[in-house]
Design a protein around this ligand. Structure first.
Ligand code: TRP
Length: 371
């Protein structure tokens, strides 16, 4: 199949805020591993500022500010600009053109069925206020993002699976109508179930800025401690240490499921050799929430403190960050323009590449006259 000879990754984020632990365990960590695997011919990370505008049209300043926050989070988490191309969506006009063509290959009925978009429409109150057409159609623009880079691998969080499904349908339709042109993408989601969907510290399904239930990669140790000790939901029936504890919905254990390894026990809590032993003790009774939280904070800090240190180094050189973004975007321009030109060729709307169309038009006009 087209693109089988190369392994190319495209993924991205909307720059609507700083990245949090949910982003880290759900995708960022994986990206760094993929980057270091040396198995890929190209890795592109898109800062989807145009997509972010589809529900922030009145606040472009917020998006502008968060572009730098997201790049800082990327670099601090270990994405290496020598190995990955970080680029800005709005500076890639080929994506807009592709979106416009793909828009004709999907029905409004199909777009209405996208479960992630449906949930987002509810969450944002668009169902009552009126739904911006740009927001409704962003899965089409996301298809443009993916196909423009010829990506066959798209590492994303679970909530993005419907987007990749739609992208695949559009690609198949395009190739059927215009000939084999676009690479069929595949989603890759984390294997560990809790990593796919890390809840907020309060136990709500998702970390969200408005709920104040996030742990940001750039949070200070003090804030992390406050979020865990002050807000993290455990087991409301576990009042005394001796009481038997429950694990379902217990966020401390959900986070440990996502983050801790046996080695963390050896280093910080050697009375257990693994998480199962700790859980068994908690369920039996006799293990207090305070001790569990203290361990979780140690595990969290092991992940967060190198990221935090790297961020403070990058923050002192925003010029360098700008240059990385600029250079990445230039490389991305070349790749996406190339795809657009292949697409226009496949659709035979590449009128001004050469004058072959003149001969064709002449022939057609002659035939028209003889009819
Ligand atoms: N929709 C994605 C999110 O909200 C961000 C995104 C934009 C993306 N373009 C993409 C993800 C292309 C993967 C591929 O997180």
């Amino acid at each position: 199949m087209l693109g089988d000879d190369k392994k190319i990754i495209l993924t991205g984020d909307r720059p609507t805020g700083r990245l949090h632990l949910g982003h880290y365990v759900g995708s960022l960590k994986r990206r760094v591993e993929l980057q270091n695997s040396g198995e890929y011919d190209g890795i592109y990370i898109l800062i989807a500022d145009d997509q972010a505008l589809t529900d922030n049209a009145d606040n472009p300043g917020k998006i502008r500010d968060n572009i730098v926050n997201v790049v800082l989070d990327y670099l601090s988490a270990g994405l290496d600009p020598d190995k990955v191309t970080i680029c800005v969506q709005s500076a890639l006009p080929a994506l807009h053109a592709l979106t416009f063509y793909y828009m004709n290959l999907v029905t409004t009925a199909r777009l209405s069925r996208n479960p992630t978009v449906k949930a987002e429409i509810q969450m944002r109150g668009f169902a009552d206020e009126g739904l911006p057409a740009g927001f409704f159609t962003y899965p089409v623009s996301q298809t443009a993002d993916i196909t423009a880079f010829n990506a066959n691998v798209v590492p994303v969080g679970e909530d993005q699976l419907p987007m990749i499904e739609q992208a695949r349908e559009i690609v198949e339709k395009f190739n059927r109508i215009y000939g084999e042109t676009l690479v069929l993408p595949k989603a890759v989601i984390p294997e560990n179930e809790t990593q796919r969907r890390l809840p907020g510290v309060d136990g709500k399904a998702k970390m969200s800025k408005s709920l104040g239930n996030c742990i940001y990669l750039s949070d200070t140790p003090k804030t992390v401690k406050q979020q865990v000790n002050g807000k993290m939901f455990t087991d409301p029936q576990h009042l005394k240490i001796e009481d038997p504890g429950h694990l379902e919905g217990n966020v401390v254990f959900t986070y440990l499921d996502a983050l801790c390894t046996d080695r963390h026990f050896a280093d910080y809590l050697p009375e257990y050799s693994n998480l199962q032993e700790m859980k068994d003790h908690y369920v039996r009774g006799g293990l207090g929430d305070g001790k569990c939280k203290k361990f979780l904070i140690q595990v969290l800090e092991e992940t967060l403190s190198p990221i935090r240190d790297a961020r403070s180094r990058w923050e002192s050189d925003i010029d360098a960050v700008y240059d990385i973004l600029n250079a990445g975007t230039k490389r991305a321009q070349a790749v996406t323009e190339e795809t657009l030109s292949r697409v226009q060729q496949a659709m035979r709307i590449n009128y001004f590449e050469d004058r072959t169309i003149v001969k064709e038009w002449e022939k057609m006009l002659k035939e028209q006259k003889n009819l």
